[in-house]
Design a protein around this ligand. Structure first.
Ligand SMILES: Nc1ncnc2c1ncn2[C@@H]1O[C@H](COP(=O)(O)OP(=O)(O)OP(=O)(O)O)[C@@H](O)[C@H]1O
Ligand SMILES: [Mg+2]
Length: 355
């Protein structure tokens, strides 16, 4: 549906997007995720046609649209700053796109009423944008784009102004809507939880570079780089050296001396690598479990988080590791600060990441 080939965008000497190449399939929910200023909005503006790339090509539905203006592209964008018409009522703001397309009045009424209900704006249709709160305006911007049912909908942080409860509700509704209408969604957020709950695939952007594109499972469980691993959820990143490498089974020594087995493609001994260990994959035991990768440590800190406990573990070699344990009432599962315990992690739960 959408393809970027080696797209670069420079503002003066600043590289806002660097050599981006990817394809987005029909009906896919794709999210651009990254910290503020990494180039997410820039990427959307290039796809919608509000900016042109410094180099590279953009295709929509198989057609090269690199130099086409926005109105020649079958895309609609929900802007980060809403961009509503101040002089029009909320109803007319939402109906605007359909009126421009000369949709029959009866259809306009039906379609506008449907999205008004969907976005909980029923009580506000007669107001002007200035009489609305930020979150309400954001919903109008969303309604105005959805009502046109474009082939591709570009959404720039469309839920950022909503309160936590409404945001969670809108996440589900947007996802359901996207499935029902079959529209390709390109969604921008810096909220990793939002990205994980809604997307089919996520592109993680760091300082204008796409560090990884993959399904939510891939980017969470198989992060390619240190940045991706630490931006998506919490993780422990440790340096290690390969000691032995034998048909996919590696033995490595972590900083401080702890030895861990990992399952990864062969890497030659004495190579330096970075490992990502998710805190929820670390298990705690009262005694040595006798299994793989079981090592003694002390609970240096315990933080109660309601449904779970967060621990800072310190190994005998002085390595600090974060661990998370569900407060699920498992017998013998109540570990506390100061306890001497054993921690373990399965080889398949340890991943090598690039710098
Ligand atoms: N018109 C412009 N002129 C000069 N620099 C720009 C322009 N637009 C964006 N930039 C710069 O390009 C970089 C990427 O900006 P962009 O708006 O794409 O970030 P973003 O990822 O959307 O961030 P945020 O999460 O804060 O919205 C930033 O450093 C920004 O200052
Ligand atoms: Mg932005």
């Amino acid at each position: 549906m959408v393809e970027l080939r080696h797209v670069t965008k420079r503002f003066g000497t600043h590289e806002a997007l660097l050599d981006a190449s990817f394809e987005i399939k029909v009906g896919e929910f794709m999210t651009f995720l990254g910290p503020s200023g990494c180039g997410k909005t820039t990427c959307l503006r290039l796809i919608s046609g509000f900016d042109t790339p410094t180099s590279g090509q953009i295709f929509i539905d198989g057609k090269d649209v690199t130099m086409d203006p926005p109105y020649r592209r079958d895309v609609n964008q929900v802007f980060q700053n809403y961009a509503l018409f101040p002089h029009l009522s909320i109803y007319e703001n939402i109906a605007f796109g359909l009126r421009m397309k000369r949709v029959a009045p009866a259809d306009i009424t039906r379609r506008v009423e449907r999205v008004v209900q969907m976005t909980s704006l029923t009580d506000y249709v007669d107001r002007k944008p200035a009489q609305m709160s930020g979150g309400q305006r954001q919903r109008v911007a969303l309604a105005r784009a959805i009502v046109c049912e474009p082939k591709v909908l570009l959404l720039d942080e469309p839920l950022s102004a909503l309160d936590a409860k409404l945001r969670t509700q809108m996440r589900l509704e947007l996802k359901q809507l996207q499935k029902k209408l079959g529209i390709t969604f390109i969604y921008v957020t810096h909220d990793q939880e939002e990205a994980l709950t809604m997307s089919d695939r996520v592109a993680v952007i760091n300082a204008g570079r796409i560090e990884q594109i993959g399904t939510v499972n891939e980017i969470y469980y198989k992060p390619a780089t240190r940045f991706v691993a630490s931006f998506i959820g919490d993780t422990n990143i440790v340096e290690a050296e390969i000691l032995q490498s034998d048909s996919g089974k590696l033995l490595c020594r972590v900083e401080g001396g702890l030895e861990l087995k990992i399952n990864q493609p062969d890497i030659k001994p004495s190579s330096r690598i970075l490992l990502s260990l998710r805190p929820e994959k670390i298990r705690l035991h009262r005694t040595d479990s006798g299994g793989l990768n079981c090592f003694p440590c002390r609970i240096a800190m315990e933080t109660f988080k309601g449904a779970m406990d967060e621990f800072t573990l310190v190994t005998t070699s002085g390595l600090e590791l974060g661990a998370i344990l569900a407060n699920d009432g498992t017998p013998g599962g109540d570990f506390h600060e100061g306890d001497q315990v054993f921690a373990s992690i399965q080889p398949e739960d340890i991943h090598i990441v690039a710098e």
